[in-house]
Design a protein around this ligand. Structure first.
Ligand code: G3P
Length: 217
């Protein structure tokens, strides 16, 4: 499973990228706002930092506007993926932009029907939002499994980009289901390393080592 980092915080991206943990980056209007930076400037910097796809989101509501904004964003770098919302206008924009050979990430997906439409429109990535379904007591991981089953039934090439990931458990569950990509905030990726038994075991090793009076260096 590929790891994308869901942030416009370039320092956080750099830290994980140096560990080989970054296969791509996703941003959205809220993450751009949080960065406090100009969308084109910060997106250009991110595209220069990572080799993989970098999602930058359009903000128009009509297909023509999304297409124009998408073409503008695509000028930033070759690894730009244009993000459009899962609306009929977004699907129209997806069809046109992928037809021009551009990568498109269809976002704000909350149902298998929406994901089916995105695949039919030629989306490069589909972004089903797990956490926001969980917030409504609907298991967002079930949506990932449903989309995986449907795409595999018909050989759709659209990549499942699991999004709105809130926990380390979401990451491992998405990997078990077979999501192609999971995009997560930096802290969630880091939390994947945490386990109480690892901490307890390390403490015990070091206490025993201290009792030997030995040093390695
Ligand atoms: O990429 C989509 C992601 O940023 C949304 O996450 O936690 O705001 O639902 P969240």
């Amino acid at each position: 499973m590929k790891f994308f980092v869901d942030t416009a915080d370039t320092d956080a991206i750099a830290e994980l990228n140096n560990l080989g943990m970054v296969d791509g980056v996703t941003t959205n209007p809220s993450l751009i706002m949080k960065s406090g930076r100009d969308i084109k400037e910060v997106t250009k910097q991110i595209c220069e930092m990572v080799d993989g796809p970098v999602s930058a989101e359009t903000v128009a509501l009509d297909a023509e506007g999304m297409i124009a904004e998408g073409r503008e964003l695509a000028k930033i770098a070759d690894n730009i993926t244009i993000k459009v919302p899962l609306t009929w206008d977004g699907l129209k924009a997806c069809k046109v932009l992928t037809g021009e050979g551009r990568m498109v990430n269809v976002t704000l997906c909350f149902s298998a029907n929406q994901a089916l439409l995105a695949a039919k429109a030629g989306a490069t990535f589909i972004s089903p939002f797990i956490g926001r379904l969980d917030d409504l007591n609907i298991d967002g991981l079930d949506l990932i499994a449903d989309i995986r089953e449907i795409y595999d039934n018909y050989g759709f090439e659209t990549n499942i980009l699991a999004a709105s990931i809130r926990t380390a458990n979401h990451m491992s569950e998405c990997a078990k289901i077979g999501a192609d990509v999971a995009t997560a905030p930096p802290n969630v990726i880091k939390a994947m390393a945490n386990h109480v038994l690892t901490d307890k075991g390390l403490d015990a090793f070091l206490k025993d080592w201290a009792s030997t009076g030995q040093k390695i260096l």
